[in-house]
Design a protein. Structure first.
Length: 384
């Protein structure tokens, strides 16, 4: 199997400058570079750049995958907009890391899996499906981060007795981007389902309109004027995330970090996932067996109906066999199939000896037709 690697970077908050694009071109003469992206694939060799450095200097998101199984997704968000102390509880191993630069928090997720030969050399669709995760985290939806913690559990990077961080609401009904995130990193669905048992269907800490309205009305006029100016006059990025964070800080922590012993141990979630997997596979096997039996019964009924019809035209069928044998060898196979049907009909009606005698005479009459005799032998027709 030939080697394949895909590197894809995306600039989201602001486009690359001409100077930055030139700097990137120095790293690769064959990469596809635009004002918002850098994409390169390799069938041999490797990328000279360092993804972490490029993330720090130029880009807001990065994906990597190789046909030997490694898959990586990174994104960065403005440091001032996130609660690092709370979010760090979700990033506890190589599968989910949280690092900081001067201005950003950078989340990295990695899964090393067995190669399956299934990769997309385009890769653009993967990036597009994952990018909304970044905005979701800024808006306070931490489901993808919890999935990252589950990825660490799945890859044995979390101790059995380590307790889970707070389980975000809505884990049983993932967004399209969160589902793409889980799929790309190959997070076990049974593990997600087991973890979701502790997740409420709706987020009780999401801002209620009445509460949000009251908080906004209580803001000093100068602060509201500043927000409107930054929104309309400057089109400032992530202003919504900044305002919501202030609201949540005023109302209370967005998420209470799980205290030691308050959540489920990692081993408990793994065991629950194993039980769900066993039950799911057993149910699938039972359904498959029922389907097999249904199809077998349907085929048996169809076969019985065919033999009933054949019994009514048995003499005509023997004549057809003679006619087919007298034609070109290309018709021998059809003749043999009819003889097999007639043999089954004879056994059903307890006339097998009569059938065998007739086939024996047929063999003798056409003994010089080696191709026909060979087909009879392969089909076991007329042989005791």
């Amino acid at each position: 199997m030939s080697e394949f690697q895909y590197y894809g970077f995306q600039a989201i908050d602001k486009p690359l400058t001409d100077r930055q694009m030139a700097e990137l071109r120095d790293l690769s003469t064959r990469a596809h570079i635009t004002s918002t992206s850098f994409v390169n694939t390799y069938q041999w060799g490797d990328f000279k750049g360092r993804p972490d450095v490029l993330m720090e200097k130029y880009f807001d998101a990065f994906i990597y995958f190789a046909n030997w199984g490694t898959r990586i997704f990174k994104f960065r968000v403005p440091l001032r907009l996130v609660n690092l102390e709370a979010l760090s509880h979700y990033c506890r191993g190589h599968g989910a890391l949280l690092k900081t630069t001067q201005d950003h928090a950078v989340f990295s997720f990695c899964h090393d899996r067995e190669p399956d030969g299934n990769w997309d050399e385009d890769g653009g669709g993967i990036m597009e499906s994952l990018i909304p995760i970044r905005e979701s985290v800024l808006d306070g939806d931490w489901r993808a981060l919890y999935l990252g913690w589950l990825l660490c559990v799945q890859q044995d990077q979390i101790k059995d007795n380590d307790v889970e961080p707070t389980v975000p609401a809505g884990l049983a009904s993932l967004t399209r981007s969160a589902r793409a995130f889980a799929d790309f990193l190959c997070i076990d669905q049974d593990l997600i389902s087991a973890a979701a048992q502790a997740s409420s269907p709706e987020d009780p800490s999401a801002p209620h309109l009445d509460d949000l309205k009251g908080w906004i009305q209580a803001l000093p006029s100068s602060e509201k004027d500043d927000i409107l100016l930054r929104l309309v006059g400057q089109g400032e990025l992530h202003l919504k995330a900044e305002v919501l964070r202030k609201y949540r800080e005023a109302a209370g922590p967005r998420l209470q970090v799980t205290a030691s012993g308050a959540g489920r141990p990692a081993r408990e979630i793994l065991d629950a996932a194993a039980q769900r997997r066993t039950a799911r596979l057993r149910e699938a096997a039972e359904q498959a067996e029922k389907e097999r039996q249904r199809v077998a019964a349907m085929r048996a009924a169809a076969r019985e109906k065919y033999l009933d019809e054949l019994a009514g035209r048995e003499a005509e069928t023997w004549a057809t066999v003679d006619s087919l044998i007298a034609r070109k060898p290309a018709r021998y196979e059809q003749a043999v199939e009819l003889l097999r049907d007639l043999g089954e009909l004879s056994r059903r009606s307890n006339r097998a000896s009569e059938y065998n005698e007739r086939v024996l005479r047929l063999r003798e009459a056409h003994s010089k037709k080696s191709a026909f005799i060979s087909r009879l032998n392969r089909a076991g027709v007329g042989r005791q």
